[in-house]
Design a protein. Structure first.
Length: 187
């Protein structure tokens, strides 16, 4: 196979792997009734005028399967953290006891589980669309190599390889979504 096509395939594989990793990180933000510190990854606290990730100004722990505790390194940050959690609208109410903030994760209702499964499917579809867009970009890049003297047969072979990569990464997204759905629907 032509060297330029091989480089294009390497780049595409790396980009597709990033797309799958992004989908995975988005899926971990969807809570499945279990307390996980990653649920708070998108929360930023006003730390002396700077939006700072919650994990950088406190310890986030899971003492049990339904509780998250947030212990700030500075006690005067308790109210700012509490406000940030409420503003983030993650469906959890912080309980502040003066030392730590506790978040109790309520058990999921059947209806809420179905909503979460819909969210999982939406995120998975976004991941698949991203992979398909990368396939299109890779194929366009390979077709442009014709001007650099790459033969028709090599271009066809390159496009076939891109399709194999696409199938592989879409299957990875599907596996992630399937696992998350199973996790959510398990009572």
């Amino acid at each position: 196979m032509d060297e330029l096509i091989a480089l294009q395939l390497e780049d595409s594989a790396a980009e597709m792997a990033k797309a799958v990793a992004h989908t995975e990180s988005e899926l971990t933000k969807i809570r499945a009734g279990k307390a996980m510190p990653s649920m708070l990854d998108g929360i930023y606290v006003d730390y002396y005028g700077t939006a700072t990730p919650l994990a950088q100004i406190s310890n986030v722990n899971t003492p049990d399967a339904r509780t998250l505790t947030i212990q700030p390194w500075e006690k005067n940050m308790l109210s700012a953290i509490e406000k940030a959690i409420l503003d983030a609208n993650i469906g959890l109410t912080p309980q502040n006891d003066g030392n730590v903030i506790r978040l109790i994760i309520p058990p999921l209702t059947e209806e809420r589980r179905r909503d979460l499964v819909k969210k999982v499917k939406e995120e998975a579809e976004k991941g698949r669309v991203t992979v398909r867009n990368l396939r299109k970009d890779a194929n366009d890049g390979i077709k442009k190599l014709k001007n650099d003297g790459v033969s028709e047969d090599e271009i066809k072979a390159g496009e076939a390889e891109v399709q194999k990569l696409t199938d592989k990464y879409i299957a990875a997204v599907d596996r992630l979504a399937e696992a998350k759905e199973k996790d959510i629907m398990t009572v």
